[in-house]
Design a protein around this ligand. Structure first.
Ligand code: MOS
Length: 734
């Protein structure tokens, strides 16, 4: 039953390269699209719609940034119509911002951050619960000494060993090499806090059956999320089933559970009924997680003709006490450009604000705002074209450790992009091209995103009626997982797509990598591939042929001039195989990343400082593309995020209290349609034989990396304003 593929050697040609069915890679429409647009795809909060016994929870949140709870008085709330229970205590406090904290750690009424859940009011309707929450009176003992700004505590930063990369990487002697460099560059960039702001707010429905708990929630990584729920509620993980079949975006904010997951379960136990608990939009902003603000110093030393000899990227970020995750802002700087003597460092400081965690393209999203801006500044200093400067510093092997690149088409991306965009028409000098009061400029930037493969399993069942079902606890966060798993199974098994069902998002299914870090398609997809290989092996055996001599097409097995329908091979019984993919040695022996290049044209208003992005082209190479349409859509999303991080997005902290001030989508400015021009995406053909059996790499977060710098470099080219404090709002441009 168990078939495991460990990724420890190069992948040669596979069944996918034959493309017998012609569906792999094709721009197939989303499998679950019609369900979503017709309201039939059930999101977490919509479960138990007809259960008359269901109650509703609403959060009461802390109105201090640091201190202790003296008393929670729920008496007024309890006498309001419909209110069933007011639940408070340390388990409630722990549910925000501390999902990873050891359950044994005593928190004793402690408030960690402004907006932290303090109590849950449970009532017979949502409105009654919300009203009840306003009646709960909380007495606090505020503490002094709250740390609410990174700038204030930057120098107390430490090297954390709990990040997604080592805090420090160093090679040679940077300081000496930099001091000796013919041309030196030294600048500091700051980026603000960001919020994931997924369209679907975090929400959960919890139902107890004796000591068994079922939770429907909106989660990216079911495997770890179910454990977090069990820890938070205080029950064995075997007693919890978590379902997340449809998810309205996550962008990192659902890698961990929201407070709703644990609190709905605690509230359901207190009320003796199933409980639905949705976070309001302000609750999403204040109780889930955010991206840290960063301070980043970049120093580059080059020869007179532009070869980098010394490179340093030193970064500073914040997190709440006890959380070791740091924004890995230097992740690309470790391997993107040449330079013999180099260092990349990350320092993490504690602040008493909502915890920071992964937000879309953790690291690259803000690290490359600084890096790619610095590369533009350095190119200008050297009198080199920004594309030429980058090409001059394209390394043969990874510069930090001399590992070979598993595949890297960065130069091809530059060249294809420059050609398509008309980069040769770039205004030679800032401020030299105008249309009325609009100044026109071009900018470009590289994109890179480290690639990883995670352990993942899936079962594929061929049924006697000539259909197949794919089952895995993988999630589809809006990225197209349902569709690509269907395509992989269809291509492998020779079944038309309308004869393949895909079941996801349930911890009772085979455990999966989940969706995060752009690893989902490759990891979960590979597990489906492995399961299908096993099915093919079994079919070949039954027919007495070698698997390689077997072609599967349109529900038939074809070998030795014989064509046998699957229904005959199965003979009335299902055939099911479990497939597992595991990362192996290739991840240590190769430097793996996806690459791209962005080209942007902006118009900057000489009177108001307003920037309009006019054109944006991204050329990307990310191994085998599994579905051209969903991959392109991911790139559109990245481009739009990039525009936002360049021009508008900024989560503001009140430095007196730690309150996240602009905690809704009216004040936290993500780009809207009017901010987004015609977007162009070109995907270059590529296979990465070291990445996975699919020969694909991650693409979800690639297109976000660097985009913002392409925009701000274009602003500089348009008007000569070089702003190093993101976002580049009009007051800074003027
Ligand atoms: Mo992504 S920030 O790993 O969901």
């Amino acid at each position: 039953m168990m078939n495991t593929h460990v990724m420890d050697k190069e992948i040669g040609e596979t069944r996918l390269d034959r493309e017998t069915q012609g569906v792999i890679g094709k721009p197939v429409d989303r499998y679950e699209g019609p369900l979503k647009v017709s309201g039939k795809a059930t999101y977490a909060y919509e479960y138990l719609a007809d259960d008359k016994n269901v109650a509703y929870g609403f959060l009461v949140t802390a109105s201090i940034g640091k201190g202790k709870i003296v008393k929670v008085d729920g008496s007024k709330a309890l006498s309001a119509p419909g209110v069933l229970a007011v639940v408070d205590g340390d388990k409630i406090l722990r549910a925000s911002s501390q999902p990873m904290a050891p359950a044994a750690q005593t928190i004793d009424g402690e408030v960690f951050h402004y907006g932290q859940p303090v109590a849950v009011v449970v009532a017979t309707s949502f409105e009654a619960a919300r009203h009840g929450a306003k009646l709960v009176q909380v007495e606090y003992a505020p503490a002094s000494g709250g740390r609410y700004s990174l700038e204030q505590v930057k120098d107390q930063g430490r090297a954390s060993d709990q990040g997604v990369m080592p805090a420090d990487t160093e090679r040679g002697d940077f300081e000496t090499a930099f001091a000796k460099a013919e041309i030196q560059f030294d600048q500091t960039y700051t980026t603000p806090s960001h919020h994931s702001s997924a369209m679907e707010p975090h929400a959960s429905v919890a139902k107890w059956d004796g000591d068994k708990l079922t939770v429907w929630s909106s989660c990216q990584l079911l495997e770890t999320n179910v454990q977090q729920i069990a820890n938070g509620v205080g029950v064995p993980v075997e007693n919890v089933r978590l379902l997340s079949p449809y998810i309205g975006g996550g962008f990192g904010s659902k890698l961990g559970i929201g407070p709703d997951a644990v609190l709905s379960a605690l509230a359901a136990r207190a009320a003796g009924r199933p409980v639905k608990l949705a976070l309001s939009r302000p609750h999403v902003f204040q109780t889930t997680s955010r991206r840290s603000e960063t301070i980043q110093r970049i120093r580059i030393g080059t020869t007179r003709d532009g070869h980098i000899t010394a490179f340093a990227h030193e970064t500073f970020a914040a997190n709440s006490p006890g959380n070791g995750f740091f924004e890995p802002a230097g992740v690309s700087s470790v391997f993107l450009y040449a330079g013999k003597d180099r260092k990349v460092t990350h320092r993490l400081s504690e602040t008493d604000v909502l915890m920071t965690s992964a937000v879309r393209a953790p690291g690259e999203a803000v690290g490359m705002l600084a890096l790619e801006n610095a590369m533009d500044e350095m190119a200008e200093k050297l009198g080199l074209d920004p594309v030429e400067f980058r090409k001059l510093n394209e390394p043969e092997v990874a510069p930090q450790d001399d590992l070979p690149f598993s595949s890297r088409k960065l130069v091809e991306c530059y060249e294809e992009g420059a050609h398509r965009f008309g980069w040769d028409k770039r205004p030679a000098k800032p401020g030299s091209v105008c249309e009325g009061e609009w100044l026109i400029g071009y900018g470009m930037a590289s994109a890179s995103r480290a690639n990883s493969l995670m352990k993942s399993s899936a079962e594929v069942e061929m049924t006697p009626d000539g259909r197949a079902v794919v089952r895995t606890a993988m999630t589809d966060i809006g990225t197209g997982t349902y569709t690509i798993l269907q395509q992989i199974a269809g291509e492998m098994l020779g079944l038309p797509l309308d004869r393949i069902d895909v079941e996801l998002g349930d911890t009772s299914l085979p455990s999966s990598s989940g969706s995060g870090g752009s690893w989902g398609a490759n990891s979960a997809g590979s597990s489906v591939y492995v399961a299908c290989e096993a099915l093919i092996g079994e079919i070949a055996q039954r027919l007495g042929v070698e698997p390689d001599g077997l072609t599967l097409k349109d529900g038939h097995a074809i070998a030795n001039n014989r064509q046998v329908p699957f229904t005959e091979i199965l003979d009335g019984k299902s055939l099911m195989k479990l497939g597992t993919i595991k990362p192996g040695e290739t991840s240590q022996n190769y430097n793996q990343a996806s690459y791209g290049a962005h080209f942007c044209e902006v118009a900057v208003n000489a009177v108001t400082g307003e920037t309009r992005v006019r054109r944006l082209l991204t050329v990307a190479a990310a191994g085998r593309i599994l579905n051209e349409k969903t991959a392109t859509s991911q790139c559109y999303g990245g481009q739009i995020w990039g525009i936002g991080s360049a021009l508008t997005e900024e989560l503001v902290t009140d430095e007196r209290t730690g309150l996240l001030v602009n905690h809704d989508l009216a004040e936290y400015h993500v780009p809207v349609n009017a901010d987004v021009p015609q977007l162009d995406v070109v995907l270059l053909p590529e296979r990465d034989p070291h990445a996975s059996p699919l020969a694909g790499k991650g693409i979800g977060e690639l297109a976000l990396a660097g985009v913002g710098a392409a925009v701000t470099n274009a602003i500089y080219n348009a008007c000569g304003a070089r702003v190093r404090d993101y976002p580049m709002t009009l007051d800074k441009v003027l």
